[in-house]
Design a protein around this ligand. Structure first.
Ligand code: TUI
Length: 310
């Protein structure tokens, strides 16, 4: 399935793996890239040395292109931005902010730039700043989210910019891929589905929660901090929501959630971890290899799109 995204990134299938902090490391990224998609190592809040090591390990496992996700709220964002250049990565994706100040240097170094955007306004700004593509991410996504839905955001962004649009949020099978293409996307990004890949080395408890989730099992916490996050509706997540509903302070909320991603992903700590995942978790119910996930997604998508101008 050739699109502007397969051409841009030199990949076989127009699918990017989500840049899930504490989860997306070399094993998963290289498996996705080896399967013909675009694997991504998540920078998260990690220091550059740790991520350099992840990048080098991924290079030892694949000769296919893979990228780095730079989470712009990280205190290490600047170092990670430079690391992508030093390591000559094929592309970067960015999240949780405006990457404008890094774009020129990335482009000069030949690193393709693909920011996540939650709005048409930011998509247009990113296009003007020289981004190669944008990821229009709906509020169905896991982790830090915007307000608009994938269904509404993707066609509006596709109408507003000339660069290719990648749809994200709520896409976990071939139907989601086909729908995204119908909405004007030239590629998709999937996080939650890849969380269930054999090659994803997140804690067993995390996988179990996602695989066991049903349609109503995710909630959004932290809206009042300005950084809403979607994840599994555990007792801890419900307590966070009660805390904000009952007038707790945003500062105290942040204190309660410091380290919660690590506690979930590395320790499987159900009591204090934030098990971020997308609203599509209810549909993700089995572990598979990254290769099987991608091939299953695209064989269905191609069947659905055949004869519809794709
Ligand atoms: O970044 C994500 N997902 C994430 S980051 C993360 S770590 C974190 N933990 C707690 C609070 C905040 C972050 C967990 N999940 N997805 C991409 C994404 N980017 N979603 C929304 C945005 C976004 C929001 C505002 C991108 C740009 C933006 O721009 C605001 C501006 O400055 O114009």
């Amino acid at each position: 399935m050739r699109t502007e995204i397969t051409e841009l990134l030199n990949i076989t299938y127009p699918v990017l793996q989500g840049g899930m902090a504490w989860i997306a490391e070399h094993k998963l990224a290289s498996a996705v890239s080896n399967a013909g998609g675009a694997g991504i190592i998540a920078g998260g809040n990690a220091p550059a040395d740790v991520i350099r090591d992840e990048i080098r390990k991924a290079k030892s496992l694949t000769d296919k292109p893979f990228g780095l996700n730079v989470m712009l709220m990280s205190p290490n964002a600047e170092d990670l931005a430079r690391l992508a250049i030093d390591e000559k990565l094929a592309f970067v994706t960015t999240g949780a902010g405006n990457p404008g100040k890094f774009i020129e240097a990335w482009k000069a170094a030949g690193v393709k730039v693909i920011p996540v955007v939650p709005s048409v306004a930011l998509a247009k700004r990113m296009e003007r700043s020289g981004a190669d593509a944008v990821i229009a991410e709906g509020t169905e996504s896991g982790g830090h989210i915007g307000e608009n839905t994938t269904m509404c955001l993707v066609p509006q962004v596709a109408d507003a910019v000339k660069i290719p649009v990648i749809a994200a949020g709520g896409i976990a099978d071939g139907r989601g891929v086909a729908a995204s293409f119908m909405l004007g996307a030239k590629g998709v990004q999937a996080g939650t589905r890849f969380l269930a890949a054999y090659e994803c080395r997140v804690h067993e408890n995390y996988k179990k929660l996602v695989l066991g989730a049903k349609d109503t099992d995710t909630i959004v916490t932290g809206r009042f901090t300005g950084h809403p996050c979607r994840g599994v509706k555990t007792k801890f997540a419900r307590a966070l929501l009660d805390f904000e509903k009952n007038g707790g302070s945003p500062e105290e909320f942040e204190n309660k959630t410091v380290g919660a991603l690590r506690k979930a992903a590395a320790d499987g700590n159900i009591e204090e971890g934030s098990f971020l995942c997308g609203a599509i978790a209810g549909m993700v119910d089995k572990e598979q290899s990254a290769k099987d996930i991608i091939e299953e997604m695209f064989s269905l998508a191609e069947k659905l799109l055949k004869g519809r101008g794709f």
